[in-house]
Every structure is written in structure tokens, then in C-alpha cells.
Design a protein around this ligand. Structure first.
Ligand code: CU
Length: 490
């Protein structure tokens, strides 16, 4: 985690090191507008969480960017459909990687199947509207404009067609990186992540096709706050990865449209942060603020193996609206850095999530649990990542806050009620083992099979009655109680 800064060597050495660490070098020797370009090339564009190859030592060039706008249906969460408007078919849009002095020839193409005109405002552009005034393009058309990259840094781009907020809220944003002369210092792994807030007619997790909700957007009350356009874009087998000892750089952007992000990686410290995606480097940072329409570049070395959870530390967004991602680090334990002791206390929610991630890759998703022991095994993993935070490791709950699942009379009396709780959430007063609870459990956004497995695990643990909950049982309940989810969220 820590970069070794040998301060002892004195002021001169320190100065040298500091300059060396400055990614966007402060040499103002050449006027960027005078940098000559050599030849031309077509820009490599990538979908998140990946980024194109570093520019390295290449000279400034004429860089041709072919960006296609696509309006397309996608999945906001399991069973929740949403019509996204995208730059390049992904949310966030394709990552564009340039260097200072590049002359970008930008081709903005609006796919003929699209319904609306769009344009693009790139914050890396010096010029009216950041390109927006020159790029309004109707479906089935293409607009071309040129700009020169004058300022190194990490910039947001977005659609700026009225209603602007709606175009951004539907996913029309991405990042463009302008590397300094000679490129950024090399690292082992680079990733591209953007946060966005989404506003749907239905509440979080409500199934089916969900239209955009303008009123919620104006009130700045999103149902979803997510990384890379959807719940779970960076979890489970889609987690970003690194090996112990590697350096990781995350190009972190925030499309908004409304919320700012308190970007944090649980269990890591950012060795370096290019604040707001510019020159200024802060070191040893726990949480960095990423403004709406802004960015940050964070770097850290991963010293211990495990699953590190990426969150917006406005923490309800993480645990209740989807702003969670994962970085999985492989390698041998490093006991001197982290002993592996389970921590107790109010932040068990976070520590717990880390401790209980499945160690093998992709087990839960790929294998279908058929027998009860298989269900129990799969369910245990789901419990560790979903229920544990509130109901605790042995299902004991937390007095006055989270009811026990161990020997719970509520649970054992009726599996349908347990299924409903996980499917649709639960609120209002309930009595568990003679004690009253009056709190809110949010719906857990799991598939029928996952719910069947996690409940089978719960029923087969801690002295419960060994009910086997099956996916058809869950499916049956899913059909029944649609109105209830609404009651809980409104
Ligand atoms: Cu648009």
C-alpha cells in the first residue's frame, strides 16, 4: 500500500522523487498547442472495466475516434430491464486514450435504429460546448469535428442534448484520458470504473422493464447508484483482479447526473490520487471525492490477498442501491500486514463482506445446486456476502436491530414468509422469539435459485428445522406479492 519515500536522503533527493511521482509532469516547456503531430491512427476504444493500451512514448498524432451511439435495452439488476442510451454500447461509454498534443478527429455516429438526436461534450476539449455545438447528430447520421488535446488529465465526456439530465441519467457518459508527454508511469493493472445514479419508475429491485422517472431525477432521489451502469457489474466473476504485489490504477469517473461519489476501497489505502483527475497528487488517501462530471485517478499496491470491496462510502448507496464492486487479489497470505482476525464492531458489515467472499472463482454462478448439501454449500456463500452483515455469522442477529435467524420461530413457522422477506424486503413490527423488531430489511435482489439456496442454508443451520426451500417455491412467491415491495419502498 505504501510507496517507499526515502525522505532521509534530504531535500534534494525528496524533490527529485516527488517530481518523479508527478504523473502529469509540471514541465511547461512546450506550448501544447504547438506540438506537431506525426501521421494518423485509429483510436482503440474499450468497454469498461478495461482501458486501451497506454500511449507510452508515441509522438502526438492525428487520432481518429469512431464513436457510435446506441440506444439499447440492458439489465439494471437481475430481472430489471432498462433502456440505456450509450456511447459505444456500454455504460460508461468507450474509454478514449489520447496524449497531449494529439489532434483528435471525432466521428460521432448515431445508429439508424436510434430514436433521438444526441451530441457529445468532452471536458477535454477547449471550445464551445466541449464539442457539443458541433456534434448534434440525428439517427442515421454522422458528425465530424476536430480538437487538439491541450491539457493532460482524466476527463468526463457526456451527451449534452436537451433534456441534458435525462441523456446523462440514461448512461450517456464516459472518460477520455489525455496522457502527458511520455505517458503515465507504468503500473501492473489498469481499470475503468464510473459511478452513475439511475431513476426508475419502480423501486429498487422491482422487476420488469423500468422507465426513467423524471420526478425522482429532479428530486435527486435515485433508486440505483451503481458502478459501470448496473448492479453487479463488478462483483462475483465480473470482479476486477490483481495479484499480490501488483500496482493497480483505477480511472474513476462519475457521470452523475446528480450525486457526488465518496469513492473508497474497503481494506485498501490509495497510495496516490490524482485529485479530480488533474495534476495535484494526494498520497495515502482513504476516500476520494469524485464530483458529478468529474474524475480521479487512484493508485495502490495490493499487499495482501482477498476480496476488496469498492464502494461509494455514502454507504446506503453501497448496500442498498448497488454501488458495490470487487477487486479480487490472489496470492499467499501476508500475516505481518494482515493477520486475518475477524474484527468485531459497528463496521462488521464491511469487514464481514470481505471475510466471507467465496475463495474459488465463479462457483456460485456456474454450478446448479441440485441436492440439499449442494444448496447448503451455495447458500452459505450467498449468506456470507448478503445476509451476514445484518444477521451475523451464526445467525444470532444484533439485539434491537437485526432479528436472529438461528432458532427463529418466525422463520421456522412458515417458509413462505421467509421467502417473502428475502424477495420483497420486510418492514413493520414483527416478533421473533418473543422480542419485537420494527425495522426495515430491503429486498435482496437475488435470483430464485439464490434465494432457495440461501434459505436452505439458513434452515439447515443453527438449530433450525431443516426445511428445503426450492427455486419453484420462490418463483411461486415472487408472482404473488408484488404490491408489498412498493409499500416498503414508498
Ligand atoms: Cu444523448
Amino acid at each position: 500500500m505504501k510507496t517507499k519515500l526515502k525522505i532521509a536522503a534530504g531535500f534534494l533527493a525528496l524533490t527529485a522523487i516527488t517530481v518523479g511521482l508527478f504523473s502529469f509532469g509540471d514541465k511547461d516547456t512546450t506550448d501544447p498547442s504547438k506540438i506537431k503531430v506525426e501521421g494518423e491512427m485509429v483510436a482503440e476504444l474499450t468497454a469498461p472495466p478495461f482501458v486501451p493500451k497506454p500511449v507510452g512514448n508515441r509522438a502526438a498524432t492525428k487520432l481518429i475516434v469512431n464513436m457510435e451511439i446506441k440506444e439499447m435495452e440492458g439489465e439494471m439488476a437481475d430481472g430489471v430491464k432498462y433502456t440505456y442510451w450509450t456511447f459505444g454500447g456500454s455504460v460508461p461509454g468507450s474509454f478514449i486514450r489520447t496524449r497531449i498534443g494529439d489532434e483528435v478527429q471525432f466521428h460521432l455516429k448515431n445508429h439508424p435504429d436510434n430514436k433521438l438526436p444526441h451530441n457529445i461534450d468532452l471536458h477535454a476539449v477547449t471550445g464551445p460546448g466541449g464539442g457539443a455545438t458541433s456534434s448534434l447528430v440525428a439517427p442515421g447520421h454522422e458528425k465530424v469535428f476536430n480538437f487538439k488535446c491541450l491539457n493532460p488529465g482524466l476527463y468526463v465526456y457526456h451527451c449534452a442534448t436537451a433534456p441534458v439530465g435525462m441523456h446523462i441519467a440514461n448512461g450517456m457518459y464516459g472518460l477520455i484520458l489525455v496522457e502527458p508527454e511520455g505517458g503515465l508511469p507504468p503500473v501492473d493493472k489498469e481499470y475503468y470504473i464510473m459511478q452513475g445514479d439511475f431513476y426508475t419508475k419502480g423501486a429498487y429491485g422491482e422487476q420488469g422493464s423500468q422507465p426513467f422517472d423524471m420526478e425522482k431525477a429532479i428530486k435527486e432521489q435515485p433508486d440505483y447508484v451503481v458502478f459501470n451502469g448496473k448492479v453487479g457489474a463488478l462483483t462475483g466473476d465480473k470482479a476486477i483482479t490483481a495479484k499480490k504485489g501488483e500496482t493497480v490504477r483505477i480511472y474513476m469517473g462519475n457521470g452523475g447526473p446528480n450525486l457526488v461519489s465518496s469513492f473508497h476501497v474497503i481494506g485498501e489505502i490509495f497510495d496516490k490520487v490524482n485529485i479530480e483527475g488533474g495534476h495535484l497528487i494526494n498520497k495515502d488517501v482513504q476516500t476520494t471525492l469524485v464530483p458529478a462530471g468529474g474524475s480521479a485517478i487512484v493508485e495502490f499496491k495490493v499487499d495482501v490477498p482477498g476480496t476488496f470491496i469498492l464502494v461509494d462510502h455514502s454507504i446506503f448507496r453501497a448496500f442498498n442501491k448497488g454501488a458495490i464492486g470487487m477487486l479480487k487479489v490472489d496470492g499467499e497470505q501476508e500475516k505481518t500486514i494482515y493477520s486475518g482476525t475477524v474484527q468485531e464492531g459497528i463496521y462488521l458489515a464491511e469487514g464481514g463482506t470481505i471475510q466471507n467472499m467465496p475463495k474459488e472463482k465463479g462457483v456460485a454462478k456456474s454450478t446448479v445446486a441440485k441436492t440439499v448439501p449442494e444448496q447448503v454449500k451455495a447458500g452459505k456463500e450467498i449468506y456470507g456476502r448478503t445476509c451476514f452483515a445484518c444477521h451475523q455469522s451464526e445467525g444470532q442477529g444484533i439485539p434491537n436491530a437485526f432479528p436472529p435467524l438461528a432458532k427463529s420461530d418466525y422463520l421456522n413457522a412458515n417458509p413462505k414468509k421467509a421467502i417473502d422477506a428475502v424477495l420483497h424486503g420486510l418492514s413493520g413490527e414483527i416478533t421473533v422469539n418473543g422480542k419485537k423488531y420494527n425495522s426495515v430489511m430491503t429486498s435482496q435482489n437475488l435470483t430464485d435459485e439464490e434465494i432457495a439456496n440461501v434459505l436452505t442454508y439458513v434452515y439447515n443451520s443453527w438449530g433450525n428445522n431443516k426445511t428445503n426451500v426450492t427455486a419453484p417455491m420462490v418463483k411461486n412467491q415472487r408472482g404473488k406479492v408484488v404490491a408489498k415491495a412498493k409499500d416498503i419502498h414508498e
